[in-house]
Structure formats: structure tokens, C-alpha cells
Design a protein around this ligand. Structure first.
Ligand SMILES: [Fe+2]
Ligand SMILES: [Fe+2]
Length: 486
């Protein structure tokens, strides 16, 4: 780091009194001249810190992704989706800056410190939601925020401007993550939990100290630690879990698509099916997380694109949540089945899952039974909220179809081969409608009449008796309206 010069020297005053033309801020306002002369890290110093941030954000991204599927609490599933998206976006930006800094080989694939890896292994293996929240939001994220703040303060904003800029933009989002994390801990972690986890939390702190803090700016304590929760290597859990508000998860008693795409039915009641389909998309992040968990050796852009899609699908679920709340409907009285993510995650390979996703999303591009049609229904309901939700949902799905074309099609060969592969894979995941009923997993209770009546009260309209009696299920029809083959 740069040294402070001698304050007795005459040049010292010149530096302080220096001004731009007509008093314009010197150095485009990035630094005062005084700051510019005394602030700075060498390329090697800046690079070393960036590499640690890069590695840590990569590790943190993976923790968020791997814990989405089995995280029962809906809000945390959604938050992990957003936080994973932030992490992986900044991984790419930091890596790009590292590549500009004249020091090949880049070393981005190498762990900067064994204790840092142990630290993230431990958080990944946290045995409960409470431990996970504390590890993520009281240790990992604050350490990243700290490292960004230090790098911003220590580097020269002019000499190392690209680093300064990347760190500043990253900091904005990581501070949001931290703020959410503080709330999550406040709402979900009791003092009792914290006390029970004290030994482990002290270890986490020790691991960071042993690495010289996350960014290596402290003197490494050098202490080595035995594994605690990560003694058993962490194994990704592909089984989706939901909190108590999600009841009757095998229920496939109301076929949303059969009503939605029936041109003889009026648009307004279809609002319910649109919101149902959106909130049901909670199963897509649960499934995409499993693809990411079980796919390695891909370039960063793959993980960025797939995580973006994962986060978009989480947003779609929350669009449905917004829709129901706006109508005063308690969405927890509607069963949102988890059988799609459960089946795909436990029966198919990661490549097959991706192909099913691709097949579905290509189907959504169809004019008459796809996203454009859903948007038209949204507009026709005359409810601006439904219209805007479908407007963005459609835009997102166009991007998702492209992500599939970019990554899956080249892996399989051609568009038609990818579709055929997806179709075959999907048919392996049987909707065992009758068996689930026989086994007592569900009654396939129809939730439609109650919700339709509640919606009619909200709209101030008389229920249509014929529509109230709607009883098409998923017994014989897949969600893409293809008949289920037994
Ligand atoms: Fe979606
Ligand atoms: Fe999508």
C-alpha cells in the first residue's frame, strides 16, 4: 500500500491546494489530489483480494443453490434463489477484472486458502435452517461485505478504477443480501439455537481468522481445524421440501391448463388458473437447483444463465403469491403439488431434467397454448395486475427458451433431438394419479369450487354454475395437454 508522504515538505501544501479549472473537481471526482497520492494497492495486492472474493462468491453461490430444494421455508427458497443469482453474476464480473490484470495463469480455479474452503464446506453442511442462516448471514455474507468495503477503501479509484467499480456494484447487492439475512435471523433463529450452535460458530470465526480473514488482509492465525458438520461430505438432497402452508402435495385434482386454454371459457375466472400456475412454479427452482447441483465442468456462463433462470422461476412463483394476496385469497388453502420436481429430481439424470424443462419451455412459445395466449387472457381479464404479471412472465420465458437453445441443444445435437429426448424423459416420470390415491397420499380433492366462489365474491360477480362444477383433473392429461400414456 502507498505510504503517506512527509507533511513538512512544500509539495504537501501544493497537493492540498490543487484544484481543477474554475474549481472543477480534480480527477473527475474520484479522489481528491491528496487521496490520489496516498491511496493504492499494487496490482498483485488488488488481484490477490479479487481472487479471494471470486472464490468466496463461487462457493457461496453453490451453498445457496444446493440448499434451495430441501429448504422447506418458502420465503427462504425464494431468497436463496435471488442471493445465488447475485453471487454468480458478480463471480463473472470479478473474473473478468482478474483477467485484465496481467498475471497469467489466472488461478481462478484454485482455492486461495484451505481454511476458507473448510469454512464454506461447514456452512454447506449446516444441519438445520437455523445453523444455515447463521453461517450464511452472520459469517459468510458479512465477510464478503467487509472484504468489498476494504478493497474499495484501499485501492486507488483512478489507477484501479475497474476494480473499484466492480466492487462498488457488488457491494450494493451484497449489502441487500446482508440486510435480508439480518431479518431472516431475527425472525427464525432463537437465542436457544444460537447457544446450541456456539461451538460451531466459534469454529467458523476461527476458520476465517486462520485464513487471515476472507480477503487475506489480516495476519493468518495459522490454526488448523478439524471438520465439524462437514466430517461427512455434504450430499445434495434432491427431495423438495415445503413448509406447513403447502398441504396435500400429491394433489392433482384440478387441471389448470385444460381450463386456461379452453377458448369457450371467459377470461376472468382464468385469473385463478394463471395465479395457480405461477405460484406452482415454486417447483422449478427446486428442479433447476438439482441440475446445477449435479452438473460440473461447465463454463461460468452456464451457471450464470441457469441461475438466472432459476431466479426468474422463483419470481414467477412470487407473482402468483402477489396475485392471490391481491384478491384476498389465502393461497395456503390451495394444494400446490410437488410431484413434478420430486419426480424429475429423483428419477431422471440432470441432462434429462434439463431436456424436460427445454421441451416445456419450447411448448410455451406456441401461439395458442403458450405464454402469448396467457398474456392475452391476462389483458382480457381487464385486471392490470394479471396483465402485467403475464407480460413479464412471457418475456422471461422467451429468454429461458434461448438459454435451452444455447446450452442444451448443442449438448444433444439438434433442436428436434433435444425435444424428443425431453419428451421421452418426461414420459419416464409417471403421474401415478390412481396409485397416489390408492396409497392414501392424496384424495385429489378439488380445491376449485371454494376458490372460485371466493374469487367471485372479490370480483362482485355471480358464480357461473357450469364453471363452478369444473372437474377436469390431471388423471389423463399431462400439464402440456398431452394425454398421459400408461
Ligand atoms: Fe416460469
Ligand atoms: Fe421458464
Amino acid at each position: 500500500m502507498l505510504q503517506t508522504e512527509n507533511p513538512q515538505h512544500p509539495a504537501h501544501t501544493a497537493v492540498d491546494s490543487y484544484s481543477g479549472y474554475c474549481g472543477l473537481p480534480p480527477l473527475v471526482g474520484l479522489h481528491s489530489m491528496r487521496e490520489a497520492t496516498k491511496t493504492g494497492l499494487t496490482v498483485a495486492e488488488s488481484l490477490a483480494r479479487l481472487k479471494r472474493l471470486h472464490w468466496s462468491l463461487r462457493r457461496l453461490h453453490r451453498v445457496f443453490v444446493l440448499r434451495i430444494t430441501s429448504m422447506p421455508i418458502y420465503e427462504l427458497k425464494m431468497a436463496f434463489s435471488l442471493h445465488a443469482h447475485y453471487c454468480i453474476e458478480h463471480v463473472g464480473e470479478i473474473a473478468a477484472r482478474v483477467r485484465e490484470m496481467r498475471q497469467p495463469p489466472y488461478g481462478l480455479e484454485v482455492s486461495p486458502h484451505a481454511s476458507l474452503d473448510l469454512f464454506f464446506d461447514e456452512i454447506l453442511a449446516a444441519p438445520s435452517a437455523e445453523a444455515l442462516l447463521l453461517g450464511l448471514y452472520e459469517y459468510a455474507v458479512p465477510a464478503i461485505v467487509r472484504a468489498l468495503e476494504h478493497l474499495i477503501a484501499d485501492t486507488n479509484r483512478l489507477f484501479d478504477h475497474p476494480t473499484y467499480r466492480v466492487c462498488r456494484l457488488t457491494l450494493v447487492e451484497m449489502q441487500d443480501v446482508q440486510q435480508y439475512g439480518v431479518e431472516a435471523v431475527r425472525c427464525l433463529v432463537a437465542e436457544k439455537n444460537r447457544a446450541e450452535l456456539k461451538e460451531w460458530l466459534t469454529l467458523l470465526e476461527g476458520m476465517l481468522a486462520s485464513a487471515g480473514d476472507l480477503d487475506g488482509t489480516e495476519k493468518p492465525a495459522g490454526e488448523t481445524f478439524a471438520r465439524y458438520y462437514s466430517k461427512q461430505p455434504y450430499k445434495y438432497d434432491p427431495v423438495p421440501r415445503r413448509d406447513a402452508r403447502f398441504q396435500d402435495p400429491y394433489n392433482m385434482g384440478v387441471n389448470a391448463e385444460a381450463m386456461l386454454f379452453n377458448p369457450d371459457i371467459q377470461p376472468l375466472p382464468k385469473t385463478i388458473m394463471l395465479y395457480f400456475k405461477r405460484l406452482r412454479e415454486i417447483d422449478v427452482p427446486e428442479m433447476i437447483a438439482s441440475i446445477l447441483a449435479e452438473t460440473d465442468q461447465k463454463p461460468w456462463r452456464y451457471y450464470r444463465d441457469m441461475t438466472r433462470q432459476l431466479w426468474d422461476e422463483a419470481r414467477h412463483a412470487m407473482m402468483g403469491e402477489i396475485g392471490f394476496v391481491s384478491m384476498g385469497i389465502d393461497w395456503s388453502s390451495i394444494p400446490f403439488n410437488f410431484t413434478w420436481s420430486l419426480g424429475l429430481n429423483t428419477i431422471l439424470t440432470a441432462k434429462e431434467r434439463h431436456a424436460v424443462l427445454y421441451l416445456i419451455e419450447q411448448g410455451l412459445m406456441a401461439k395458442k397454448a403458450g405464454k402469448e395466449y396467457e398474456w392475452e387472457v391476462g389483458v382480457a381479464t381487464a385486471d392490470p395486475l394479471t396483465a402485467i404479471i403475464q407480460d413479464y412472465d412471457w418475456a422471461d420465458e422467451v429468454l429461458h427458451a434461448k438459454i435451452g437453445r444455447d446450452w442444451l441443444v448443442p449438448e444433444i445435437g439438434s433442436q428436434s433431438e433435444a425435444m424428443a429426448f425431453g419428451d421421452e424423459a418426461w414420459s419416464k416420470v409417471l403421474v401415478d394419479w390412481k396409485k397416489w390415491k390408492e396409497d392414501g397420499l392424496t384424495e385429489h380433492r378439488s380445491w376449485w369450487p371454494d376458490i372460485y366462489l371466493a374469487a367471485c365474491r372479490h370480483w362482485g360477480v355471480e358464480p357461473d354454475p357450469q364453471l363452478l362444477a369444473y372437474d377436469t383433473t390431471y388423471e389423463n392429461m399431462r400439464a402440456d395437454l398431452k394425454e398421459v400414456a400408461f
